[in-house]
Design a protein around this ligand. Structure first.
Ligand code: SAH
Length: 268
């Protein structure tokens, strides 16, 4: 992290279950209510952090990301949450770290090409390369190191978590919970290489692009975005995704605070 050391890290999740453990792990935690959300400030494994639930959807996520930057002064943003698989070898229990994000439901055609954000000339937003690499490394270290103990055997069996993989690539966001095989196949056709669908990441990406704040997005795959997507969703979030997020963020913070300490002496 020595090209842009983290000064204050904003951590956004969509659902309460996904973030509870992190908030409980915060040192010196203080909660500030603003715009109907709780922003908890404190320190996570040596990193100054602000944790907040965005709630679900692009507007909710955009507002949360904006306030994190403008009111709570975060220098970097991480989003952790769950997503539906869009195929391409991604299965339930895998981790997707976004390299690029697109808003699949933005369509101002024929005035602008489908998915282009009007008046930006952009349809795809790149996550910060360094932050994304650090997050993917933390995810890989979690899979190799903590996963065995972090999830109960019953849940591992229930959700088929035997060969968990970390993927990097394209994530699409829209204000729709995708639960239809034909729909997810069409999205995959429209967006070659698509790994996952969710409802917030690309909105955070647009805000961070416009405010020039480095960001990264990590998603645990909870479903296949087909007719069975809603089954056991909350059980998965509580038993699997919340643990993934906790241990991956823990490793990310530990890695990052160490790197900042190492680079502190070499900064110009
Ligand atoms: N059933 C849940 C609703 C979750 S909405 C409840 O009652 O609270 C889905 C959340 O998970 C969103 O934050 C979204 O980003 C993500 N997500 C998971 N699977 C998804 C899918 N198949 N399509 C879109 N978003 C999905």
């Amino acid at each position: 992290m020595n090209t842009h050391p983290i000064v204050r890290l904003g951590i956004i999740s969509a659902l309460q279950e996904e973030q509870q453990g992190l908030v409980e792990a915060m040192q010196g935690a203080a909660t500030h209510i603003h715009g109907r959300r709780d922003y908890t400030t404190g320190t996570l494994w040596g990193i100054e952090a602000v944790c907040v639930l965005s709630r679900i959807g692009k507007v909710a996520a955009a507002m949360t990301a904006t306030l994190l930057v403008e009111k709570f002064g975060v220098s970097h943003i991480l989003f952790t949450g769950v997503a539906g698989s869009a195929g391409n070898g991604v299965t339930v229990g895998d981790i997707v770290v976004a390299d690029t994000l697109v808003q699949h439901d933005m369509d101002a055609s024929p005035l602008f090409p489908p998915c282009e954000i009007p008046l930006t000339g952009l349809s795809h937003f790149a996550a910060d390369a360094l932050l994304t690499t650090c997050l993917a490394q933390a995810a890989a270290a979690f899979v190799q190191g903590d996963l065995g103990d972090a999830i109960g055997d019953g849940d591992k069996q229930l959700f088929g978590l035997s060969a968990v993989r970390v993927h990097r690539g394209l994530v699409a966001s829209g204000d729709q919970f995708i639960h239809n095989a034909a729909r997810i196949n069409r999205l995959g056709d429209d967006h070659p290489g698509l790994l996952a669908v969710e409802m917030e990441g690309a909105a955070v990406a647009q805000v961070c692009f416009e405010l020039n704040v480095p960001f990264a997005v990590m998603r645990t795959i909870s479903d296949n975005a087909n007719e069975k997507a809603a089954t056991d969703f909350l059980h998965f979030v509580r038993a699997v995704a919340a643990n993934y997020a906790f241990y991956i963020i823990k490793r990310f913070c530990q890695q990052t605070s160490q790197a900042s300490m190492l680079s502190a002496g070499t900064k110009s």
